[in-house]
Unconditional design. Structure first.
Length: 488
């Protein structure tokens, strides 16, 4: 994610351009020019929000997955976020487990429902953690009402000021454990305008909580800077996110760009055999059908059948959790009955329900039919974040004075882009009350046939952190490279 803050030329009576926030794969971009900051953070908008809040509370001194491995991989391009902040010139720590799991889950679900409302029949893929990290970086430079809005929206208002930064730090460090059986890499960088002075405390805290690298550039040479930042993003997302920014994203008033990239790769604990993959029909909610490659296996998975006790969600639905190697990370799939559109199930999805699913699925023998698919989406986050109550940082009333002297910075645009691919090997990328859990007494194996739209979450089972969330309405086929499945 990156944020750009442009500086305003008051003497000329001009206004700095608004901030732009883009997210690709797992990166975020934010650029700030004396009045403009560019922050690029793929892994977590959450990070950014926390970042802004921290700055507001800090006295003057005082975080693509792409799994393209053979036939058993899930590929996820980490999301990328971009915040463009414009400046109108004149003018502490806790472990992740200390914060309730639903603190971040609630924010994730609220983001999903906003995307769902605007998405009609489209696929959805985004990284809640990336959004959080990006917002955390912004929060670190925010104060006053701007900071409070971020803390309230993300779910940090009940914490002591500054604690969220340690939380984000601990969450990302826990996920990127070198001893893990999966690969998650977080990278943050600040690109500063040559000759411009920024608050040293802000830069220090960026390094402390987000391990941000610092480089100086000349934003007036926009083409050179765009190429430099795009190369940085490619290098940190295994080339899954390319051409994130263009020369038009920078100008002589751009003063700072913050970039965050995240990459994830995980192999299924129980991999699918490529020779079992066949061409199947996938029924869309509008009644049409598309052909897709359907993977198959029978194995031990976490499985459960649930109902909210009414017919609003279409009655009983299935929840399947498929762990990656090591079982710290998993992909949870929520599937309504064949004749029930996903839109009937989505309204009941709430943070407590995510926890209920995780706590009540039981390991058992299951036959799994899962499409080999990829999904990619670029999201304009500005409107969504404003709907969630984060408004001031996008206006001239923004207070991002912890980044630099004066109160002339604001965010003009926020965007995220994420990519996910699921194959036989695995993945790479990098509620309510009254719910009834049902169990069967039949000896026959359970069967999950994902040949119609479904909801999914990729999460850390230890911390509850949600790395990716989305839905598949129409699976885009991932072509096989080594096998002619239909002839097997």
């Amino acid at each position: 994610m990156s944020i750009c803050l442009p500086s305003c030329h008051i003497c000329l009576g001009t206004h700095p351009p608004p901030y732009h926030f883009f997210s690709y794969n797992s990166s975020i971009y934010l650029s700030i020019s004396r009045a403009f900051i560019l922050l690029f953070i793929p892994l977590s908008l959450y990070y950014c929000l926390s970042y802004f809040a921290f700055l507001l509370f800090i006295p003057p001194l005082t975080s693509s997955p792409v799994v393209c491995a053979e036939m058993s991989v899930l590929e996820v391009s980490t999301p990328l976020f971009l915040f463009l902040l414009s400046i109108l010139l004149p003018g502490y720590g806790c472990w992740a487990a200390d914060v309730p799991e639903d603190t971040t889950s609630e924010f994730s679900v609220r983001l999903y429902h906003r995307l769902q409302a605007a998405g009609d029949q489209e696929n959805i893929i985004f990284s809640p953690l990336s959004v959080s990290v990006a917002l955390g970086m912004v929060e670190l430079g925010a104060r006053g009402a701007s900071l409070e809005e971020i803390r309230e929206a993300v779910g940090f208002s009940h914490l002591l000021p500054g604690v969220e930064f340690s939380l984000l730090q601990n969450l990302t460090e826990a996920l990127s454990d070198d001893d893990a059986h999966y690969v998650i890499r977080f990278a943050n960088s600040l690109f500063l305008q040559e000759g411009i002075s920024f608050n040293p405390d802000f830069l220090h805290l960026m390094k402390k909580y987000f391990q941000a690298e610092v480089e100086t550039v000349d934003f007036s040479e926009s083409s050179v800077v765009a190429e430099q930042i795009n190369n940085w993003v490619e290098n940190h997302t295994e080339s899954k996110i390319r051409s994130l920014l263009s020369a038009e994203d920078f100008s002589s008033v751009t003063r700072l760009t913050l970039v965050n990239a995240v990459y994830f790769r995980g192999s299924w604990k129980n991999q699918f055999r490529p020779e079992n993959t066949r061409t199947f029909s996938f029924s869309r909610d509008d009644g049409s059908e598309v052909q897709t490659l359907m993977m198959y296996q029978q194995g031990d998975f976490y499985y459960g059948e649930f109902s909210d006790g009414s017919q609003e969600a279409g009655g009983v639905y299935q929840v399947l959790e498929m762990p990656y190697e090591g079982e710290d990370m998993s992909m949870m799939i929520v599937l309504p009955r064949q004749e029930v559109p996903l839109a009937s199930l989505e309204p009941i999805i709430k943070a407590p329900l995510l926890e209920e699913w995780a706590n009540n699925v039981k390991r058992q023998k299951v036959e799994v039919y899962l499409p080999r698919f990829k999904v990619e989406q670029k999201i304009d986050l500005r409107t969504i974040l404003q709907d969630l109550g984060i408004t001031k940082i996008f206006t001239n009333d923004a207070d991002l004075s912890a980044m630099s002297d004066g109160k002339d910075l604001y965010i003009g645009k926020a965007v995220q882009k994420a990519y996910l691919e699921v194959t036989e090997e695995g993945s790479e990328g990098a509620v309510g009350s009254g719910m009834i859990a049902l169990t069967r007494t039949l000896v026959l194996n359970q069967q999950v046939m994902a040949d119609h739209p479904f909801f999914f979450v990729i999460r850390n089972r230890r911390t509850g952190s949600i790395l990716f969330m989305g839905r598949v309405m129409t699976p885009e086929v991932v072509e096989p490279f080594d096998h002619d499945f239909d002839s097997v």
